[in-house]
Design a binder for this molecule. Structure first.
Ligand code: APR
Length: 275
């Protein structure tokens, strides 16, 4: 048994709260293409677009027909993928700990939900590719990407048949992907900013899985958890921006793949504090 997992079990066994914060690394073993990897770019005509250019309100507002096909292609690839043992282990932890467990995920691929993590204890802080909302914010709802939309392959363009399915049913403005873009801010309404910070404040253990620490709210959560004297343990293939926080908290990095390590931790937590 990994020594740090033993320490997590001790903290949690006495009625403690566990917050799991996940990133793209947990879905890597499901074959989800990375955001910044070689296959993340999008081509229209002779121009190549990087994800950082496409994933902005600014680009969407000026050219929704450039941005939507890229998201629909990403959605198709995520739907082809299956949850892996790392996702399942977090469901097992949720079942073992009940309302002492909270999942905060940066992933928009839907794999945690498909594995069975309950929505009421899951904060999707970067949104969800399966959902859309009105770009004019005429209402406060999100709705599923319509089943009637065809499956998009790389390079596909929006056709006149697709367009009505990508419009707000209430006001006919363009719908937009329900994701947080690079030029937008976290908030509570769509992305559970305050709830995530509260969870970090209340946590006895912050478990950070497969994330590099390149976004703002996850780093704020780590800083808050450190101030609140939580134990911070990281599961990653290598050091990240979280590693110093983990060491300062008395925890550290457990090096290895999430799909192998998380099931070990879940089994340890299921056996209680005295195992
Ligand atoms: N097990 C554990 N960790 C892994 C694995 C694995 N099998 N594979 C990769 N990792 C680690 C990498 O070492 C890296 O630290 O996962 C991390 C992935 O980092 P990023 O690709 O930067 O993903 P993430 O941290 O989730 O990115 C945050 O940035 O691109 C935006 O909005 C997007 O939600 C995303 C956010």
């Amino acid at each position: 048994m990994v020594e740090l997992f033993e320490r997590i079990a001790q903290r949690i066994g006495d009625g403690g709260e566990l917050v799991a914060l996940t990133g793209a690394g947990i879905s890597a073993e499901s074959g989800i293409p990375t955001f910044r990897g070689d296959d993340g770019f999008w081509t229209r005509g002779s121009t190549n677009y990087r994800p950082e250019e496409l994933a902005t309100w600014r680009t969407f507002a000026s050219d929704p027909e450039l941005v939507w096909p890229w998201y629909l292609w990403r959605l198709a690839r995520c739907r082809d993928a299956q949850p892996n043992p790392g996702h399942t282990a977090l469901v097992d932890m949720d079942e073992a700990l009940g309302n002492r467990f909270t999942l905060v995920t940066q992933n928009v691929d839907g794999l945690h939900s498909r594995a069975g993590s309950p929505e009421h204890r899951s904060y999707h802080i970067h949104g969800n590719l399966e959902r859309m909302r009105c770009s004019a914010e005429c209402n406060a709802n999100t709705w599923p990407v319509p089943d009637a939309l065809r499956v998009f392959a790389k390079g596909d363009a929006i056709t006149p048949a697709d367009e009505p399915l990508l419009r707000c049913p209430s006001c006919d403005a363009w719908a937009r992907p329900h994701v947080l873009w690079f030029d937008e801010c976290y908030d509570e309404k769509w992305f559970r900013y305050r709830s995530s910070m509260s969870a970090a404040m209340a946590a006895d253990v912050l478990l950070v899985v497969g994330t590099s620490g390149s976004t703002n709210l996850p780093m704020q959560m780590a800083s808050q958890a450190l101030r609140s004297k939580a134990l911070i343990v990281e599961i990653n293939l290598r050091e990240s921006a979280f590693s110093d926080y983990a060491v300062q908290s008395g925890g550290g990095l457990v090096t290895g793949p999430a799909g192998t390590l998380l099931p070990k931790l879940a089994r340890r937590l299921a056996s209680g504090s005295s195992a």
